[in-house]
Design a protein around this ligand. Structure first.
Ligand code: SAM
Length: 286
Protein backbone atom coordinates (compact mmCIF):
# COMPACT_ATOMS: atom_id res chain seq x y z
CA UNK A 1 0.00 0.00 0.00
CA UNK A 2 2.79 2.41 0.96
CA UNK A 3 4.65 1.56 -2.23
CA UNK A 4 1.63 2.40 -4.34
CA UNK A 5 0.25 5.45 -2.55
CA UNK A 6 2.79 7.20 -0.37
CA UNK A 7 5.80 9.38 -0.97
CA UNK A 8 7.11 8.41 2.40
CA UNK A 9 5.90 5.93 5.00
CA UNK A 10 7.04 5.30 8.57
CA UNK A 11 6.08 2.07 10.31
CA UNK A 12 6.41 1.65 14.08
CA UNK A 13 6.42 -1.52 16.16
CA UNK A 14 7.56 -2.22 19.71
CA UNK A 15 8.89 -5.63 18.74
CA UNK A 16 12.37 -5.65 17.12
CA UNK A 17 11.44 -8.91 15.40
CA UNK A 18 8.29 -7.38 13.86
CA UNK A 19 10.44 -4.43 12.71
CA UNK A 20 12.91 -6.74 10.99
CA UNK A 21 10.04 -8.53 9.27
CA UNK A 22 8.40 -5.26 8.17
CA UNK A 23 11.75 -4.07 6.75
CA UNK A 24 12.06 -7.28 4.78
CA UNK A 25 8.47 -6.93 3.63
CA UNK A 26 9.14 -3.43 2.32
CA UNK A 27 12.16 -4.72 0.41
CA UNK A 28 10.16 -7.58 -1.10
CA UNK A 29 7.60 -5.04 -2.32
CA UNK A 30 10.25 -2.78 -3.81
CA UNK A 31 9.41 -0.06 -1.30
CA UNK A 32 12.66 0.23 0.70
CA UNK A 33 13.25 3.77 -0.52
CA UNK A 34 10.03 5.12 0.88
CA UNK A 35 9.41 2.88 3.87
CA UNK A 36 11.23 3.47 7.12
CA UNK A 37 10.62 1.14 10.05
CA UNK A 38 11.21 2.39 13.58
CA UNK A 39 11.34 0.31 16.72
CA UNK A 40 9.48 1.88 19.64
CA UNK A 41 6.39 2.48 21.72
CA UNK A 42 3.38 3.75 19.72
CA UNK A 43 3.99 7.38 18.64
CA UNK A 44 7.28 7.90 20.55
CA UNK A 45 9.58 7.29 17.56
CA UNK A 46 7.63 9.78 15.39
CA UNK A 47 7.33 12.62 17.92
CA UNK A 48 7.20 15.95 16.06
CA UNK A 49 6.16 14.44 12.71
CA UNK A 50 2.65 14.78 11.25
CA UNK A 51 0.97 12.44 8.77
CA UNK A 52 -1.68 12.43 6.04
CA UNK A 53 -2.74 8.94 7.08
CA UNK A 54 -2.22 6.66 10.05
CA UNK A 55 -3.07 3.00 9.64
CA UNK A 56 -3.02 0.62 12.55
CA UNK A 57 -3.85 -2.92 13.44
CA UNK A 58 -3.27 -2.77 17.20
CA UNK A 59 -3.31 -5.65 19.68
CA UNK A 60 -6.88 -5.79 20.93
CA UNK A 61 -7.65 -9.10 22.59
CA UNK A 62 -9.01 -8.88 26.14
CA UNK A 63 -6.57 -10.75 28.39
CA UNK A 64 -7.04 -11.38 32.15
CA UNK A 65 -4.33 -9.73 34.28
CA UNK A 66 -2.87 -12.98 35.56
CA UNK A 67 -2.43 -14.56 32.09
CA UNK A 68 0.64 -14.25 29.88
CA UNK A 69 -0.17 -13.48 26.26
CA UNK A 70 1.86 -12.48 23.16
CA UNK A 71 2.41 -8.69 22.83
CA UNK A 72 1.09 -8.87 19.30
CA UNK A 73 -2.40 -9.73 20.59
CA UNK A 74 -2.84 -8.49 24.14
CA UNK A 75 -4.95 -5.41 24.65
CA UNK A 76 -5.12 -5.68 28.47
CA UNK A 77 -8.16 -6.71 30.51
CA UNK A 78 -10.80 -4.97 28.38
CA UNK A 79 -8.82 -5.21 25.14
CA UNK A 80 -8.56 -1.45 24.69
CA UNK A 81 -5.26 -0.56 26.43
CA UNK A 82 -3.37 0.15 23.19
CA UNK A 83 -6.42 1.14 21.14
CA UNK A 84 -7.30 3.83 23.67
CA UNK A 85 -3.77 5.27 23.69
CA UNK A 86 -3.90 5.56 19.90
CA UNK A 87 -7.29 7.35 20.02
CA UNK A 88 -5.96 9.80 22.60
CA UNK A 89 -2.69 10.58 20.84
CA UNK A 90 -3.57 10.38 17.15
CA UNK A 91 -4.84 13.93 16.72
CA UNK A 92 -1.41 15.45 17.42
CA UNK A 93 0.12 13.38 14.64
CA UNK A 94 -2.46 14.05 11.93
CA UNK A 95 -2.29 16.91 9.44
CA UNK A 96 -5.47 18.84 8.63
CA UNK A 97 -7.83 16.46 6.81
CA UNK A 98 -5.50 13.61 7.69
CA UNK A 99 -7.18 10.26 8.34
CA UNK A 100 -6.71 7.51 10.86
CA UNK A 101 -7.80 3.96 10.07
CA UNK A 102 -7.94 1.18 12.59
CA UNK A 103 -9.18 -2.37 12.37
CA UNK A 104 -9.79 -4.14 15.65
CA UNK A 105 -12.12 -6.39 17.57
CA UNK A 106 -13.81 -5.20 20.74
CA UNK A 107 -16.09 -6.35 23.50
CA UNK A 108 -19.77 -5.57 23.59
CA UNK A 109 -23.12 -6.88 24.69
CA UNK A 110 -26.06 -8.16 22.62
CA UNK A 111 -26.82 -4.64 21.44
CA UNK A 112 -23.52 -2.97 20.50
CA UNK A 113 -19.78 -2.76 21.11
CA UNK A 114 -18.95 -1.03 24.42
CA UNK A 115 -16.38 1.39 23.05
CA UNK A 116 -18.66 3.61 20.96
CA UNK A 117 -19.55 6.10 23.72
CA UNK A 118 -16.01 6.51 24.96
CA UNK A 119 -14.66 7.02 21.46
CA UNK A 120 -17.41 9.45 20.58
CA UNK A 121 -16.32 11.76 23.41
CA UNK A 122 -12.73 11.80 22.09
CA UNK A 123 -13.89 12.34 18.50
CA UNK A 124 -16.18 15.18 19.53
CA UNK A 125 -13.41 16.90 21.44
CA UNK A 126 -11.04 16.62 18.45
CA UNK A 127 -13.72 17.57 15.91
CA UNK A 128 -13.16 14.43 13.92
CA UNK A 129 -15.40 13.21 11.15
CA UNK A 130 -15.90 9.53 11.90
CA UNK A 131 -17.15 6.44 10.13
CA UNK A 132 -17.51 3.17 11.96
CA UNK A 133 -18.24 -0.13 10.34
CA UNK A 134 -19.38 -2.99 12.56
CA UNK A 135 -19.19 -5.98 10.27
CA UNK A 136 -19.59 -9.11 12.36
CA UNK A 137 -19.45 -10.42 15.89
CA UNK A 138 -18.35 -13.57 17.62
CA UNK A 139 -20.10 -15.05 20.68
CA UNK A 140 -17.69 -14.93 23.62
CA UNK A 141 -18.69 -18.44 24.68
CA UNK A 142 -16.89 -19.57 21.53
CA UNK A 143 -14.10 -16.98 21.53
CA UNK A 144 -13.06 -17.79 25.13
CA UNK A 145 -12.26 -21.34 24.09
CA UNK A 146 -10.20 -20.27 21.11
CA UNK A 147 -8.21 -17.63 22.95
CA UNK A 148 -7.60 -19.92 25.94
CA UNK A 149 -6.22 -22.51 23.53
CA UNK A 150 -3.73 -19.94 22.21
CA UNK A 151 -2.80 -18.83 25.74
CA UNK A 152 -2.13 -22.41 26.85
CA UNK A 153 0.94 -22.44 24.58
CA UNK A 154 2.62 -19.68 26.63
CA UNK A 155 1.28 -20.42 30.12
CA UNK A 156 1.78 -23.39 32.42
CA UNK A 157 -2.00 -23.84 32.83
CA UNK A 158 -4.12 -25.89 30.46
CA UNK A 159 -6.71 -24.45 28.07
CA UNK A 160 -9.77 -25.51 30.11
CA UNK A 161 -8.37 -23.80 33.20
CA UNK A 162 -7.51 -20.64 31.28
CA UNK A 163 -10.93 -20.63 29.65
CA UNK A 164 -12.52 -20.22 33.10
CA UNK A 165 -10.46 -17.05 33.63
CA UNK A 166 -11.69 -15.59 30.33
CA UNK A 167 -15.26 -16.54 31.13
CA UNK A 168 -14.98 -14.75 34.49
CA UNK A 169 -13.47 -11.68 32.82
CA UNK A 170 -16.33 -11.52 30.32
CA UNK A 171 -18.92 -12.07 33.04
CA UNK A 172 -17.43 -9.26 35.15
CA UNK A 173 -17.51 -6.93 32.15
CA UNK A 174 -21.03 -8.11 31.21
CA UNK A 175 -19.75 -8.75 27.70
CA UNK A 176 -21.30 -11.32 25.38
CA UNK A 177 -19.77 -10.64 21.95
CA UNK A 178 -16.47 -9.67 20.36
CA UNK A 179 -17.27 -7.27 17.51
CA UNK A 180 -15.24 -6.78 14.31
CA UNK A 181 -14.83 -3.04 13.90
CA UNK A 182 -13.35 -0.81 11.25
CA UNK A 183 -12.82 2.75 12.37
CA UNK A 184 -12.06 5.68 10.08
CA UNK A 185 -11.57 9.17 11.47
CA UNK A 186 -10.60 12.38 9.77
CA UNK A 187 -9.18 15.51 11.34
CA UNK A 188 -11.93 17.81 10.14
CA UNK A 189 -13.40 21.05 11.49
CA UNK A 190 -16.61 19.55 12.68
CA UNK A 191 -17.58 16.51 14.67
CA UNK A 192 -19.60 14.04 12.68
CA UNK A 193 -20.23 10.35 13.24
CA UNK A 194 -21.75 7.58 11.13
CA UNK A 195 -22.10 4.03 12.39
CA UNK A 196 -22.77 1.38 9.76
CA UNK A 197 -24.07 -1.79 11.26
CA UNK A 198 -23.62 -4.61 8.76
CA UNK A 199 -24.71 -7.34 11.12
CA UNK A 200 -28.04 -7.84 9.40
CA UNK A 201 -28.08 -6.03 6.13
CA UNK A 202 -28.18 -8.85 3.62
CA UNK A 203 -30.55 -8.11 0.79
CA UNK A 204 -32.81 -10.38 -1.24
CA UNK A 205 -30.10 -10.43 -3.87
CA UNK A 206 -27.79 -12.34 -1.57
CA UNK A 207 -28.71 -15.89 -2.47
CA UNK A 208 -28.09 -18.57 0.13
CA UNK A 209 -25.91 -21.34 -1.18
CA UNK A 210 -24.43 -24.58 0.07
CA UNK A 211 -20.75 -25.23 -0.17
CA UNK A 212 -18.95 -28.53 0.00
CA UNK A 213 -15.66 -28.60 1.82
CA UNK A 214 -13.54 -31.16 3.52
CA UNK A 215 -15.48 -32.35 6.53
CA UNK A 216 -12.40 -33.98 8.00
CA UNK A 217 -10.21 -30.91 8.08
CA UNK A 218 -9.33 -29.68 11.55
CA UNK A 219 -12.18 -27.98 13.31
CA UNK A 220 -11.70 -24.65 15.03
CA UNK A 221 -13.55 -25.43 18.22
CA UNK A 222 -15.32 -28.26 19.98
CA UNK A 223 -16.32 -30.13 16.84
CA UNK A 224 -18.99 -27.68 15.79
CA UNK A 225 -17.31 -26.11 12.83
CA UNK A 226 -17.60 -29.30 10.79
CA UNK A 227 -21.27 -28.46 10.58
CA UNK A 228 -20.39 -25.06 9.29
CA UNK A 229 -18.20 -26.64 6.68
CA UNK A 230 -21.24 -28.39 5.28
CA UNK A 231 -23.59 -25.56 5.29
CA UNK A 232 -23.85 -21.97 4.35
CA UNK A 233 -26.92 -19.92 5.05
CA UNK A 234 -27.46 -16.29 4.36
CA UNK A 235 -30.18 -14.12 5.71
CA UNK A 236 -31.84 -11.71 3.34
CA UNK A 237 -32.08 -9.06 6.01
CA UNK A 238 -35.65 -10.03 6.87
CA UNK A 239 -35.42 -13.67 7.87
CA UNK A 240 -33.43 -15.10 10.71
CA UNK A 241 -30.44 -17.28 10.02
CA UNK A 242 -32.45 -20.08 11.54
CA UNK A 243 -35.22 -19.64 8.92
CA UNK A 244 -32.73 -19.65 6.09
CA UNK A 245 -31.14 -22.74 7.53
CA UNK A 246 -34.50 -24.47 7.61
CA UNK A 247 -35.05 -23.59 3.96
CA UNK A 248 -31.68 -24.90 2.95
CA UNK A 249 -32.41 -28.17 4.66
CA UNK A 250 -35.76 -28.45 2.88
CA UNK A 251 -34.15 -27.60 -0.43
CA UNK A 252 -31.40 -30.14 -0.11
CA UNK A 253 -32.64 -32.86 2.28
CA UNK A 254 -30.33 -35.52 0.94
CA UNK A 255 -27.24 -33.55 1.63
CA UNK A 256 -28.31 -31.79 4.79
CA UNK A 257 -31.13 -33.93 6.14
CA UNK A 258 -29.01 -36.04 8.44
CA UNK A 259 -27.34 -33.00 9.95
CA UNK A 260 -30.58 -31.07 10.22
CA UNK A 261 -31.31 -31.86 13.82
CA UNK A 262 -27.85 -30.87 14.92
CA UNK A 263 -27.81 -27.79 12.76
CA UNK A 264 -31.08 -26.57 14.12
CA UNK A 265 -29.92 -27.15 17.66
CA UNK A 266 -27.11 -24.66 17.23
CA UNK A 267 -27.94 -21.36 18.75
CA UNK A 268 -28.58 -18.41 16.53
CA UNK A 269 -25.45 -16.61 17.66
CA UNK A 270 -23.28 -19.59 16.89
CA UNK A 271 -24.76 -19.83 13.43
CA UNK A 272 -24.36 -16.15 12.97
CA UNK A 273 -20.70 -16.38 13.88
CA UNK A 274 -20.04 -19.32 11.57
CA UNK A 275 -21.92 -17.66 8.78
CA UNK A 276 -20.30 -14.29 8.92
CA UNK A 277 -16.76 -15.22 9.74
CA UNK A 278 -16.13 -18.30 7.73
CA UNK A 279 -18.17 -18.10 4.60
CA UNK A 280 -18.74 -14.50 3.84
CA UNK A 281 -16.89 -14.80 0.55
CA UNK A 282 -19.30 -17.38 -0.74
CA UNK A 283 -22.34 -15.16 -1.00
CA UNK A 284 -23.61 -15.10 -4.55
CA UNK A 285 -24.61 -11.59 -5.62
CA UNK A 286 -26.54 -10.89 -8.78
C1 SAM B 1 -2.00 -7.31 15.52
S1 SAM B 1 -0.29 -7.09 15.33
C2 SAM B 1 -0.17 -6.23 13.79
C3 SAM B 1 1.12 -6.44 13.10
C4 SAM B 1 1.32 -5.64 11.79
N1 SAM B 1 1.44 -4.23 12.08
C5 SAM B 1 0.17 -5.89 10.85
O1 SAM B 1 -0.67 -5.01 10.68
O2 SAM B 1 0.10 -6.98 10.29
C6 SAM B 1 -0.03 -5.83 16.53
C7 SAM B 1 1.40 -5.32 16.56
O3 SAM B 1 1.47 -4.25 17.52
C8 SAM B 1 2.73 -4.30 18.13
N2 SAM B 1 2.66 -3.54 19.40
C9 SAM B 1 2.12 -3.93 20.57
N3 SAM B 1 2.23 -2.95 21.49
C10 SAM B 1 2.85 -1.91 20.87
C11 SAM B 1 3.25 -0.61 21.29
N4 SAM B 1 3.03 -0.18 22.56
N5 SAM B 1 3.89 0.19 20.40
C12 SAM B 1 4.11 -0.23 19.12
N6 SAM B 1 3.76 -1.46 18.67
C13 SAM B 1 3.13 -2.27 19.53
C14 SAM B 1 3.01 -5.78 18.30
O4 SAM B 1 4.40 -6.02 18.45
C15 SAM B 1 2.44 -6.35 17.00
O5 SAM B 1 3.42 -6.46 16.01
Amino acid sequence: MAAKLAEKCIGVDISPEACRLATLNAALNGASDIVEIKNGNLFEPVEGITFDAIYCNPPFLPVPDEVRFPTSGSGGPDGLDIVRRIWKEADRFLRKNGVGTMWFQALGNDIAPFWLGEFQAIARQNEWSVRILVSSRMPLSFQAQVVAETASTVNSRDAADLCLLWQKLYRDLQATFLYDCLLWFQKADEFNLEVHNLLSTWTQHDIPTVIETDVNSRSAANGRSWLARKLLAYSDGHQSVHDILQKLIERDPERLGRSAEKLLSLSLTELEYLERNRYIKHVIRH
